[in-house]
Design a binder for this molecule. Structure first.
Ligand SMILES: [Cu+2]
Length: 285
């Protein structure tokens, strides 16, 4: 009997927690209402069956408790019952997965007019790349990553010369413009997550992943890494700033291109090389 009361209390507490929790979805800042819809369908369906099944369990414990003169009916197998359970479970899971698949297809079907940016993850920071005037991101290789070329851009690829490199965890995007996010990792698994955008996708070393979204309102939103990626994983944060298009263009124009960074790093590299080859200065005693 006590177990039945505990189960019923757990159901009531769970319902109360759902109704009064302060931890709910952040206000939506993108076009992905379909992801919220899929989330709500899943949550209310699971919630309904959670309540019904647990109350049925509590009722069964009371109804079929041990009493003198009552004997349990022993039935180890019931083919009919198992068949019904299998069929209805399959129908239930398919019904739960279907809306998610529809939302997912829309999430990775990039519209033709989408702009592009790249988010690069490494332990434990974000950096970003835009394609520059030609609209095409230059080719990259992890073999080319160095302190002077942190993005691993191919210096011989003309498409990469005008690429705009943002070596800071703050990235800006224009409001109202569909954008394709291309995701790349330099080391381990990371996950690009902006809760307000409903954007979440793994960065997998060796492959490039992507999704798209349209920012719908201006503001500052947290970028998080949602994949446990090492000791400073908790600190792998960034900021997504959604600007009006004019303010976005002004910000983008202030960021350096790969060609500019190369021109800056070459004299510096030459100076370092010259310093290394100079004879060591003797201490004067
Ligand atoms: Cu990470």
């Amino acid at each position: 009997m006590a177990v039945a009361i505990v189960i019923a209390a757990l159901v009531l507490l769970s319902i109360a927690f759902q109704l009064f929790t302060p931890w709910w979805l952040t206000p939506l800042a993108s076009n992905w209402r379909s992801i919220d819809t899929a989330f709500h369908i899943t949550m209310w369906t699971c919630g309904f069956f959670f309540v019904v099944l647990n109350l049925f369990l509590a009722w069964s414990i009371v109804r079929y408790r041990h009493r003198k003169g009552h004997r349990a009916h022993y039935e180890p197998e019931s083919v009919t019952l198992e068949r019904r359970l299998t069929v209805w479970t399959a129908v239930g899971i398919a019904a739960l997965l279907a809306p998610g698949l529809i939302a997912w297809k829309a999430y990775v079907t990039v519209p033709k007019n989408a702009a592009v940016f790249e988010a690069v993850g490494q332990q434990w920071q974000w950096s970003f790349r835009f394609p520059g005037r030609d609209g095409v991101l230059g080719t990259v290789s992890s073999r080319l990553v160095s302190p002077d070329n942190p993005f691993g851009l191919n210096p011989d690829d003309p498409y990469g010369r005008d690429d705009i490199l943002v070596e800071s965890p703050e990235v800006h995007l224009p409001r109202g413009q569909p954008v394709k996010a291309i995701l790349r990792s330099k080391d381990v698994l990371h996950d690009f997550f902006v809760p307000h955008i409903r954007a979440k996708m793994d960065l997998v070393p060796g492959i490039v992943t992507y999704f798209w979204f349209t920012p719908m309102r201006t503001g500052k939103f947290d970028i998080l890494c949602a994949e446990l990626c090492g000791v400073s994983h908790y600190n792998m944060r960034g900021t997504l700033v959604i600007d009006e298009p004019a303010a976005f263009n002004a910000w983008l124009n202030q960021q350096p291109t790969f060609a500019q960074l190369l021109a800056e790093s070459r004299p510096a590299a030459a100076a370092v090389a010259a310093a290394n080859t100079a004879p060591p200065v003797k201490s004067g005693t």
